[in-house]
Design a protein around this ligand. Structure first.
Ligand code: IPE
Ligand code: IPE
Ligand code: MG
Length: 243
């Protein structure tokens, strides 16, 4: 049978860049009468399976919101637990990321983290800097408003120094100042746990992203859930203001 006679399935629309607000670890734990830390631990397992699934699907960039600039408001004990998990994740998973040619990125001011965590992150970034494969961006102490403030300051400083015409500042100029400047445009933004807000995540980048809010708590989000999200994205009609 000539394969040419077989009707081709419509090519699946794959988002190039998917970002996830990984929410609901605490509620996942509470539902099991477990301490919140256990929810975060289960959340790391979800990170592992979802990053693998994203790679397998051929998604170019995956951005994960792991710690917001507002998460410092949590009890020190919980923040300490999250730092421990971050270290564990880097120690356990870096070899796989290197092997899989993953380009690791960090969005946010991670230098405010404890010294040993910063050192581990710097080492992980250095060891993946020459990779050419999919991007895994982790938002750590990230806040979109701070990101935009920094962009405004940088552009204003150049303008004040006479190196930039203020009227030449356009959307591309702002894009170039953002921490996501070398990532593909954001296509799909997912938030788990039923909350429907952005919590200071990728405010500029989300301008024309498709938003998907799912009730699944982050530790229960897996490869199948990602596939369902990507499928839902494929059914969306993006119009960008046109018809
Ligand atoms: C998301 O889960 C993980 C982080 C913010 C680090 P939460 O810890 O916010 O879980 P809920 O929202 O309390 O259930
Ligand atoms: C957003 O979740 C931040 C991360 C997932 C890292 P939060 O749980 O901190 O957000 P709010 O407080 O419900 O808005
Ligand atoms: Mg939450």
């Amino acid at each position: 049978m000539a394969t040419a006679a077989i009707p081709q399935a419509a090519p699946a629309v794959l988002p190039r860049h998917v970002a996830i607000i990984m929410d609901g670890n605490g509620r996942w734990a509470a539902a099991r009468r477990l301490p919140r830390a256990m929810g975060h631990r289960a959340g790391v397992e979800a990170v592992r399976s979802v990053t693998r699934a994203a790679r397998a699907m051929g998604i170019e960039a995956l951005t994960l919101y792991a710690f917001s600039s507002e998460n410092w408001r949590r009890p020190a004990e919980e923040i300490g637990g999250l730092m421990k998990l971050l270290k564990l994740f880097i120690r356990n998973d870096l070899a796989e990321l290197v092997r899989e040619d993953v380009r690791l990125r960090v969005l946010g001011d991670y230098r405010r983290f404890p010294e040993d965590v910063v050192a581990l992150i710097d080492d992980a970034l250095a060891r993946t800097v020459d990779n050419r494969g999919p991007i895994l961006a982790i938002a750590l102490n990230y806040g979109a408003q701070a990101e935009l403030v920094a962009a405004a300051q940088s552009l204003a400083a150049r303008a004040a120094a006479g190196a930039l015409d203020p009227m030449a500042i356009d959307a591309e100029a702002i894009d170039a100042e953002l921490e996501t400047h070398d990532l593909p445009p954001l296509d799909l933004l997912i938030r788990t746990s039923g909350e429907q807000r952005l919590s200071n995540f990728l405010l500029w980048q989300a301008a024309y992203a498709e938003l998907l809010f799912v009730d699944t708590l982050w530790p229960d989000f897996d490869a199948e859930a990602l596939a369902a999200a990507v499928e839902a994205f494929g059914r969306r009609q993006r119009r960008y203001g046109g018809l």
